[in-house]
Design a protein around this ligand. Structure first.
Ligand code: C2E
Ligand code: CA
Ligand code: CA
Length: 651
């Protein structure tokens, strides 16, 4: 290789130094991938320098004297060093990919040992080549000569590269479609480049140059420091948080988190506007950046402050708490801006063991099921964990029930005081599984299904079961006039509620008047406009509506006038209060309500009737329908049919 040319190495060196500079000045996550990438660049730089130096030495001796001025030892040394660095580099690349794609708890398999074996063979061959001349050698003139096993220099990187590429392509989480496309493109470029290099231009080292170009591309995409940066505050973003937490947990490096869920600012005009948010969050983050050994992450109105120095975490928690309370200085605002936030502090290890656990704690905390206090630092206690666990167990049970037909409908007969028969019944959902975590009441699982966005699926199953039952058993023949079906708040929010319910009722061929929908006051208030429209359409279609749990909430009369309810269901509580020991004024709510409801001409159902005395008194007041354990608990389909056969004897 007499006219060996080092232009490509020089170009590579230029690029690599540039990347190193950029990497050094940009804010970056303190994670192992970044360190590997950094060292990858350094090694590639060394490789190119060694190669350029070697090439110049060859040229030097050839051009000037033609004699062997440079000692043969230096040639050997440089070549061996370059080939060793090359192998370290490909191994480093594989480690980088493995870390990025590794599943939790994943053990390295046979392939890992095969690859390690290849490396050992490679190192052995390269180091022993001065004695064996198997890989390469130099003749007396100092000219490089191929040995019989020279191809190991290409085969080893090729196998490593191939394995790394396959791992990236098979990865589901970390690498997106575009990134996979890059990987394939890089692999092709590299293979083609190597072939061209070996066959056509042995005098130029284009392969290392190609690797440099590829690393530059990786730097601009996968490894881009900006990828994990929140542009508004220059804190890291949520993606960065996940990478960081994952890294800390897999490497068992302790940390403490202070989580802030920010809901308002005080002392500032039009408080929580987008513009203000930007300013306040940037100012707050600037302050937080100054805390030593601390990383700050932001995702919309959530801030995660990660203290790497656990021993100081308690002190810093208090300090940040103080900043929020006293307010922080924001440029352009006269007064310090006070920040209203929910605050939670917890540690790893200690309270969390996996990334999933980390996320589920944050999620549960933000839902406000347990703590709901502002600007008070909260810590995770045993009860929080118990409640969270129960919540997750119930959620799992509901998911399971949706998947495996684990849902059953019970019916509670409703007695007509005027006709002395059971004219209707309320459909109440049950989970079949009563073993896993014991009986779970709909009062507990319906709100969880709502929060977890499972409610629409669940309600669809419930409605289908009710319609199927009504159709199959011809309930009309037992003297039943309608079934009361509970609608959840989320359902009331659906703009196409009418279309959905209409389609379902038609599908089963049920007379629409056989369905009465129960809506609670809160669902009505929250969605009034949309709901009124839906109700009107369903009324025109023939269905009817009942206002559920009357007397349990604020019971604003306005809603009774505004919404076309034909039936009002008095909540158990006001019925029980009337028959209980309380004072006279509270007791009078029931008779007053009954009179008023009579006046506006809606039919009344009293819930929670448990004794004969209650029944007689409510009949005396003129309540048209009674529902409660006195008549029957909610019962399953067969029991319900049996009940109707026995009790509605008039038929
Ligand atoms: P709700 O709509 O007020 O239903 C009446 C609840 O009172 C039922 O509880 C019923 O078993 C209970 N109950 C009836 N009579 C008596 C009595 O005399 N004494 C006592 N102590 N309790 C009585 P359940 O079945 O546990 O349902 C609880 C709540 O869960 C329901 O309250 C309703 O809000 C919700 N729910 C039940 N099924 C469904 C459903 O299919 N969809 C929706 N969205 N919510 C449902
Ligand atoms: Ca109800
Ligand atoms: Ca009720």
């Amino acid at each position: 290789m007499n006219n060996y040319n080092a232009y490509f190495e020089v170009a590579s060196i230029f690029f690599l130094v540039l990347i190193l500079l950029l990497v050094s000045i940009k804010r970056k996550l303190d994670i192992i991938q970044n360190k590997i990438f950094y060292w990858g660049i350094v090694l590639l730089l060394i490789l190119n320098i060694v190669d350029a130096v070697g090439a110049n030495l060859i040229n030097y001796e050839n051009i000037h004297t033609g004699e062997n001025v440079v000692s043969l030892y230096i040639h050997w040394g440089l070549s061996i060093a370059a080939y060793l660095v090359q192998q370290v580099l490909v191994q480093l690349f594989l480690v980088y990919v493995v870390i990025a794609t590794k599943e939790k708890e994943e053990k390295e398999g046979l392939l890992f040992y095969i690859l390690s074996g290849i490396s050992i063979i490679y190192y052995f061959l390269v180091l022993s080549t001065p004695f064996t001349n198997w890989v390469f050698s130099f003749n007396e003139q100092g000219t490089y000569q191929y040995g019989p096993l020279h191809s190991i220099l290409y085969i080893s990187p090729a196998i490593y590269g191939l394995y790394a590429c396959i791992r990236m392509l098979l990865d589901k989480k970390r690498f997106g479609k575009m990134q996979k496309l890059y990987v394939v493109a890089f692999a092709i470029i590299l293979v083609v480049g190597t072939v061209i290099q070996v066959v056509f231009v042995p005098n130029y080292l284009i392969v290392y140059f190609l690797v440099t170009i590829i690393l530059t591309a990786v730097f601009l995409t996968l490894q881009s420091p900006d990828y994990y940066i929140d542009k508004t505050t220059m804190a890291f973003n949520h993606e960065g948080l996940m990478v960081m937490i994952n890294e800390r947990i897999t490497r068992s490096k302790p940390f403490s988190v202070l989580f802030l869920s920010i809901c308002d600012f005080e002392n500032i005009k039009d408080g929580f506007s987008a513009d203000n948010k930007k300013h306040v969050y940037s100012s707050l983050c600037q302050k937080l950046f100054k805390i030593p050994k601390t990383d700050v992450f932001r995702e919309e109105d959530k801030l995660y402050i990660l203290f790497n120095d656990i021993s100081k975490a308690g002190e810093y928690d208090k300090m940040v708490e103080g900043w929020l309370k006293d307010g922080i200085k924001v440029e352009g605002m006269h007064e310090p801006v006070k920040i209203v936030a929910e605050m939670l502090s917890f540690d790893f290890p200690g309270r969390i063991h996996t990334v999933e656990e980390f996320n589920s704690i944050i999620k549960y905390f933000v839902m406000g099921n347990y703590y709901k206090q502002y600007n008070v630092l909260q810590f995770i206690n045993e009860e929080f964990f118990q409640k969270k666990k129960r919540y997750e167990d119930v959620r799992r049970l509901v998911e399971e029930a949706i998947r495996t037909d684990g849902i059953e409908i019970f019916y509670q007969p409703i007695y007509s005081t005027q006709k002395d028969t059971f004219l209707c019944a309320e459909a109440l959902v049950r989970l079949k599984d009563g073993e896993t975590i014991g009986f779970v009441s709909p009062e507990e699982f319906i709100p969880i299904a709502e929060k977890e966005h499972l409610i629409l699926q669940l309600e669809n199953i419930i409605l289908r079961k009710i319609c199927g039952f009504v159709k199959q058993e011809k309930l009309q023949d037992y003297g039943l006039e309608y079934i009361e079906v509970n609608l959840s708040g989320n359902q009331c929010m659906q703009t196409d509620l009418y279309e959905q319910l209409h389609a379902l009722i038609e599908e089963y061929g049920i007379p629409p008047k056989f369905i009465n929908f129960e809506v609670t006051e809160t669902s009505a208030i929250d969605n009034s406009e949309c709901l009124i429209q839906n109700m009107q359409q369903l009324l025109d279609y023939g269905a009817s509506f009942a206002l559920d749990d009357y007397g349990s909430g604020c019971s604003n009369l306005q809603y009774l006038v505004e919404f076309p309810f034909e039936i009002v269901k008095l909540d158990k509580e006001i019925v029980w209060t009337y028959f209980g020991k309380g004072n006279q004024r509270v007791k009078s709510i029931l008779p007053l309500s009954v009179n008023m409801l009579h006046d506006i001409d809606v039919r009344i159902v009293a819930e929670g009737v448990e004794t004969e005395e209650q029944k007689d008194e409510l009949i005396r007041m003129g309540v048209q329908y009674l529902q409660g354990y006195y008549f029957s608990k909610p019962i399953n389909e067969q029991e319900f049919i049996q009940f109707l056969k026995e009790r509605n004897s008039c038929i």
